[in-house]
Design a protein around this ligand. Structure first.
Ligand SMILES: [Zn+2]
Length: 296
């Protein structure tokens, strides 16, 4: 051990090593144009050509929403595989695989911090963890986020991205629907705002529970939001569905959403909303009551 092996050698080796990342270019799944991965990252994973919003993970979402220094909270452990469910494979195995892939215990991450200096608790779904499905673990996460919001006297902002209830947990996953509704109610009863930002996709039991109960309902452009899938609806009603059905813009036009906000504008928009909802607004200068001083 000396300075040559510890310091000089790695430096020299570093000079000669050429590390070429595998995916330098990303092909946009909407406009099919090629985007340099650094440009895509800089643009918060929104295609600079057509504005297509690529999905991002829970941690990245929290990171672009909260100011630097945010903290993730430890979530209570939920019973894993309560029904010992098995389809082609054991649910327990699927769960472990998803945990390894994402480095998360379940499909939700909760953090607290500030949005442009205003305190907030944020819960974000991880769609790549079993399709962001809501089982007991996600339910626990939402309840913990709500409790934290009340404790910290902070608004709750939830970013759902989910295929719905987690079918491998059967009735236990359905119970998370009323549980998550109660979670939003706790926050509202404390006089704190609940803001829901619907991401692509938000469907099934998640849409049918807390995800439609925000004081303000926002969505990202192009997000698919619905309960049942379009094909199932078409087959049931035997009619062709209108263009853009179940997309954020369509829902905004039909009064289901309050706003559709570009990812670049999301943080300043949330900050503005928090300021409007949480800080007393001075609407007009109060007129002076008396001009004379008391000693006159
Ligand atoms: Zn594109």
């Amino acid at each position: 051990m000396n300075w040559i092996s510890d310091w000089a050698l790695p430096k020299i080796q570093g000079l000669f090593r050429r590390e070429v990342p595998e995916n330098l270019w990303h092909k946009c799944s909407s406009c099919e144009q090629m985007v340099f991965h650094k440009d895509l990252e800089r643009n918060l994973h929104v295609c600079p050509h057509c504005g297509f919003h690529n999905r991002i993970g829970a941690e990245a979402r929290i990171d672009i929403t909260l100011d630097e220094g945010w903290q993730k909270i430890e979530l209570p452990k939920a019973p894993a595989d309560p029904l010992r469910f098995r389809d082609q494979r054991k649910y327990g195995d699927r769960l472990r695989e998803a945990q390894l892939k994402t480095g998360m215990d379940d499909a939700i991450m909760v953090a607290h911090g500030a949005i442009e200096g205003r305190a907030a608790v944020v819960a974000a779904f991880e769609f790549s963890f079993q399709g962001g499905s809501m089982g007991a673990g996600v339910g626990e996460g939402l309840v913990a986020a709500a409790r934290l919001a009340v404790l910290q006297d902070a608004p709750l902002i939830v970013f759902p991205a989910s295929g719905g209830a987690r079918m491998q947990e059967g009735a236990v996953s359905l119970m998370q629907m009323p549980r998550s509704v109660i979670a939003t109610r706790m926050v509202k009863e404390a006089g704190l705002p609940v803001i829901i930002v619907l991401l692509d996709p938000t469907t099934g039991g998640v849409t049918a529970s807390f995800a439609m109960l925000g004081d303000i309902q926002i969505a990202e452009p192009g997000a698919l939001i619905g309960f049942a899938g379009a094909r199932v609806i078409e087959q049931t009603v035997r009619e062709k569905l209108p263009e853009g059905f179940q997309r954020a813009e369509y829902l905004l036009e039909h009064g289901i959403l309050d706003m559709v906000v570009h990812r670049q504008e999301m943080k300043p928009t949330l900050a503005r909303l928090l300021s409007l909802l949480r800080e007393p607004q001075i609407l007009a200068e109060p007129a002076p009551l008396a001009l004379a001083s008391p000693n006159a």
